[in-house]
Each structure stands twice: as C-alpha cells, then as structure tokens.
Design a protein around this ligand. Sequence first.
Ligand code: FAD
Length: 299
Amino acid sequence: LDAPLYADLAGDAEVSFEFFPPKSEKMEATLWESIQTLAPLGPRFVSVTYGAGGSTRERTHATVARIQRETPLAAAAHLTCVEATKAEIDAVAEQYWASGVRHIVALRGDPPREGARFEPHPGGYENAAALVEGLKKRHPFEVSVAAYPECHPDSLSDQADIDNLKAKIDAGATRAITQFFFAPEAFFRFRDRAAAAGIAAELVPGILPVSNVAQTRKFAGMCGAAIPPWMDRLFEGLDDHPAARQLVAATVAAEMCRKLYAGGVRSFHFYTLNRAELSFAICHLLGLRANAGVSVAAA
Ligand code: FAD
C-alpha cells in the first residue's frame, strides 16, 4: 500500500486503550501512571479486562469504577460468560450500571483450564451473542464485542466466524474490536468479508505493540493469531538491549497502523499491557497530540 508519511497524517485517528486489573499495589501504581500518561491523548474509551472464570471480578470492577469516578475518561468493563449463572452475570452488570459505567465489552471468555473446550455454565449465557442480548434487555449499555481477522480457533470456518460476529451485532453490539494480528492484509480481507455479510458496525483493529516475542507467541498460540517469521528476525539479538527493543517495537506497530490508516482505518484499540510508552509513541506517530489541559490525579 502507498501509505502516507507520518508527517502527513492528519491527526484524525481515534484511539482506545485496554488495561488489565492490577494484582498488587506496585502494579496499581504502574497502571495509574499509564492512565495519567495516556489520558491527555483523549481516548474514546479505556477498557479493563476480566480474568478467566471471573477471577478478577472485584479487581476489574474496582479499576473500572475508579477510572469512571476519578478521571474524565469513559471506562468500559469487559465481562465474560465463563463459570457463572445468568443471575450472577446480570448482578455484575447491574453494579456497573449503578456505578455510572455505560459500556461493556461482552465476551464468551475461555475455560480457566488452558486447552479445555468451552462448556457453557448450566444456567449461564451460552456465548457472547447471548450475553449481548441479556445486557441489552437490562439497560441501554453501549456494547462492544470481539472479532478475529484470522478466525477464532473454535470456529468451524471463516464464514461461521463472520456469521457469529453478525449474530453479536444483530443482538445489539455497535462495535467489534479485533484480536491482535500482524498482517494488515488479514484485517482488510476480514473487513471485506464482514461487509459482504452485511455487517455495518465499526470494526476496530486491536494493536498489540510487541516487545517480547516469546510472550506474544504464547498468547498467539491460544487465540489463533499468526506470528510472522520476520518478527523473530527483527527482535533477534535484542534480548540485552531493552531500549533498542522498545524502538523496534514502536516502529513495527506504527508501520502497521500507518498501513491500516492508508486503508481507511481511523480507529485503533491498543493492548497496552498497562504500559503507556509504546502506545503513546505510536499514537504520536499517528498524529495525535496530548492535550495538556487533561490531567488525572496521582495514585
Ligand atoms: P463468541 O463470539 O461467543 O464465540 C467464540 C467462537 O465460538 C466463535 O468462533 C464462534 O463461531 C463459536 N461459537 C459461538 N457460539 C457458537 C455456537 N452456538 N455454536 C457453534 N459455534 C459457536 N477473554 C477474557 O477472559 N477476558 C477478557 O477481558 C477478554 N477480552 C478480550 C477482548 C478482545 C478485544 C478480544 C478480541 C478477546 C478478548 N478475550 C477476553 C478473549 C475471548 O474471551 C476469547 O477469544 C474467547 O475464546 C471467545 O470469546 P468471544 O466473545 O469471541 O466468543
């Protein structure tokens, strides 16, 4: 693709940031510093993940509620169907509504045991589409869902995966955020297939700035994303050069965003892993500038 130079990007991209709930005071401080750094970029929303089997239920809730209460940001809470009855999930959703949270990222989730097949809880929501329907019945939440440019590993075919995404949109979701990927062409093909299936909702690419290839390979193996061979070559020999590794990581992710931008993408969702610098640098290259008037109090 004939992508524009960074200097020519108009600054018209919109971004959102994903965090995970911290496990310790130290991690909480890191998260809060990251929020302070990223908030002035004016994200549309920031979201907080939900651990397998609801293992982070309280911590996710506390983090989302704090962001909503103490910052000017719109917070979105991830919620999954795993190992919980409908009544339990509905109660979590009610708590969010009562805390002023209006955006849920509705997911099926994965079984807590790695490699096991997903079995719906008896009396639970059977998949993400059913969860979206359940949430929309209770309150007019804004609902985002997950999508898979390289197909979900449980899916019987690419078409079945698109049909499942359509079911989630038809149930009331207004946006799909994708699993991470490293080939812009995979996103464009997926976008074409979604359009052909009549999906008009916004498709937002999920961007994972990679600085640790081994860790990314582990995630990717679980979710069906492909790590291209050039990724290993690019990071080869950088184990003892953390600063150079960060520069390479920012370059790789920024190049992908630039190609996506050239293909018409204007919204990007960053998997920050609770660290601000890479996402901040990539947003900067995309033309975003921090608004000094936006500040978040220290942790
Ligand atoms: P669904 O959309 O329900 O479906 C998953 C797959 O199963 C699809 O391929 C679909 O075709 C198939 N399927 C669904 N229903 C049926 C059916 N009735 N019959 C046959 N096949 C069916 N996980 C967490 O635990 N916590 C998080 O916070 C979290 N956040 C995420 C955020 C994003 C942006 C993304 C992309 C993923 C996230 N995940 C999270 C991972 C997600 O939970 C897993 O990928 C999970 O395996 C699928 O969830 P889903 O919502 O896509 O499922």
